[in-house]
Structure formats: C-alpha cells, structure tokens
Ligand binder design. Sequence first.
Ligand code: NAD
Length: 422
Amino acid sequence: MPGTTTQTTKKPHLSPYQEVNHHIENAARLLEISADYVLPMKSCYRELQVQILLRRDTGKLEEFTGFRVQHNAARGPYKGGIRYHPSVDLDEVRALASLMTWKTALVNIPFGGAKGGVNCDPTHMSDREVQGITRIYTRKIDMALGPHRDVPAPDVNTNPRVMAWLMDEYGRKHGHTPSIVTGKPVEMGGSKGREQATGWGVFCVMRDALKEMKIPLKGARIALQGFGNVGSFTAKFCHEAGAKVIAVSDVTGGYYSEKGIDIEKLLAHARAHRSIAGFKEAEPLAGDKIFEVECDVLIPAALGDVITGANAPKVKTKLLVEAANHPLDLDADEILAKRAIPVIPDILANAGGVTASYFEWTQNLTQFFWTEKEVIEKLENTMAEAFRTVQTVVKEKKVSYRTAAFSVAIKRVYDAMILRGI
Ligand code: NAD
C-alpha cells in the first residue's frame, strides 16, 4: 500500500540529529539534489550554548546550560520553540531546529527553522526560579534574536507565561516588541486560537488520513501519549468529533477505558492536579503500555524517541500520527513500514502550532487582530493543503508520508537557496 516504503537501512546508534539528516538524505535522493546542496541543508547555521547561573530558592547557586540553534533561514526568519527539560542537549536541539526548517517549508509559511532549550526541570521549580532562568536565557541569546531574525515560541514545559517573561526581558533592551515571540498570552498581543492550534492541526491531519484509509472518524479508537498542550487539545478535538479516546498517558502513568475516556472530565482533572494522576473514571494503565494498546490511531504527543526498535513490534494500530517531535527512531520507522502501518510525520502532523505562530507574528507586525474563528479556519485550510500536497507525492512516488513530506519541504528550501544565490 502507498505510504509505507523507506529507502535505506538505519546505521547503528544514530543520534536524533543524525536520524533527521538520514530523512533529509532519503528525500534529497528522491529529488536528485546535488550533494553540494544537501550538505548545508544538514548542518546548522549558528549554534549558541550559554551558561545560566540561577540562585535557587534554597540559596544554592545552580548552573544550567541553555542552547539556541538556528538551522536554516533561506525562506524567512528562524522560528522554533524553547524547551525546558533535563534531557535537553545540543544534539537534540539541532535535530529539533532542523525539523522546524522542514515544517515551516512544508506548510509554506515564510520562516526558517530554529530551536532552543535549557537543561532544567521546571516541574520542580518555583515561578520565581522559572522566571529567573527565562530572563537570563533571553539576555544571553539576545544577540541572535529579533522579529526578522529569530522568533521563539513555547515547547515542552514552557507556556504563554514563559513567553511573556521572554518578551518583557527582550523589551527592556529593545523596547516593546510583541513580534519577538509567539505563543504569548492574548493580553500581551498573543493570537486567539494559538493555544489549541497544534492539537487542532494534529486532529485535522489525522481526520484527513483516516478518510484516505476509509476508516470512519466516528467511533475510531485513539490511544494518546502526553496530556500537555498538544495531547490534551488533540484528545479534546477527537472526543468532540465522536472518536473514542480509549487510552491516555502522561509522565505519571496512564488510563484505559474500552468505552472511551470522558475527555472533558480528564481535562478538568488535569487542570486541577497538573497531571492525569488519580483519575478515577478509567482503569489504570502502566505508562509504557500505551504503545501496545489495540487502536485505530496511536498518537505520541510527549517526548522524542519513545517508539524504538524495542517496542515498535508491539504497536497495534492502523495509523500512527506523530504529534510529538521525533517520537520514532529509525528502527521503529523501518519496522512500522514493514508492517504497513502508515506514519504521519511530525513535520506535517504538528505543524499547526507554528502555522498559528505565523498568524500571531503577522498580527503583531500589522497590529491588526483576527478572531478565533478566522485563525482556526485559516489553520484548517493550511493543514488540508499540506496534507493534500504530501498525499499526492505518496501516491505518485510510492514513498512513505515522511519521505514525501521531507521532499516537498526540501524542494522549497532548495529553491530559495538557489534564488538567494548561495
Ligand atoms: P507539554 O509540556 O505541554 O506536555 C508534555 C506532556 O508529555 C505532559 O503531559 C507530560 O506529562 C508528558 N510526558 C513527559 N514525559 C513523559 C514520559 N516520559 N512519558 C509519558 N508522558 C510524558 O508539551 P507540549 O507543548 O504538549 O509538547 C509535546 C510534544 O509536542 C513535544 O514533542 C513538542 O516538541 C511537540 N510540539 C509542541 C508544539 C506546541 O505548540 N506546544 C508544537 C509542535 C510540536
């Protein structure tokens, strides 16, 4: 069936960044792009690594490392989220920055790709400490930022509040600049519809893929890892559309219900307790079992590299939608391809977030604000167009959704590089 072939075999022990470069090579081969141009598409333009010294509430001085990697800006200013997580390192940030380049190109918005992060755990920090980290990090990477240079956004463990602190800190030096960051609170120039945008995009693409596979959305059984910004909104839209979300997990563990979890109740619980732990209206499920649940759609919406060669053979889904960035390693990709399980890649599935970020940036630059309905409708159109474009390549070239998506994106970046005159 279309949508299931990969071109090459994984080399052993590749890092996330090397794995993303492997996808680039596959797609560049399909496009017959000369190796001279593939090289700069794989490497990053600029990499900042900064020291962050924070006085903890306990009085202890603690050192963290912050990163900002700018991958490619052939099509517009660098764009990408900021992640706060203990596992953040340069390799992961490079991989995520590269994915942003291909994501923005795939949905055809005028941005390049970047990513940032700090290796801290904000879930064990006070608001004062997280604000402190954010302000120091912003000052240290200030020289690389700018509304027409590099525009950050939220990612894992960062949120509109963190974006507000970033904007405020940047503004101390440069004056009031809402367009320096997206995913801000609406009260500070954020866009209506941005908060739910990534989940809405995931839902739209999943709906289109199910239609293509002739699987009815109503009653479709969904299993979902991650109940943060992306996972919770994806679950909400699936539930509202009549799909059955039968399993959900987060960092604390998971829950299963054969008749479908009441997502409104789970959302209320998660809002009150900051996790799904202690939910009484479904059966407990060990967190790592989420990938073994028999379902129609499996949606990883938490961290990277969660489905690997070890657990991919146990996956029992008809379709996998990558709401998280890089949730599958190459072994998993290959195993699912052999098992004819189509995978909608991250650069397509979760591109709704950066698309709404583009709408927010546009509104900030023009100082003219859109309604939530306008944002959501424009987002749906953009996602549908991107899905159609990728689906056409899948059918014509008989390649996986991932190779098709990368090839569309790489062609656009390549054309911009040529026109700029590299
Ligand atoms: P978030 O911080 O809001 O939520 C993360 C969720 O993952 C939480 O529910 C957390 O409990 C869960 N989680 C963390 N570690 C886990 C583990 N070991 N096992 C199970 N669950 C675990 O983050 P988010 O913004 O929802 O981002 C989730 C993913 O989506 C990330 O890969 C991110 O890069 C990607 N993404 C986010 C956006 C966005 O707009 N926020 C856009 C595109 C892609």
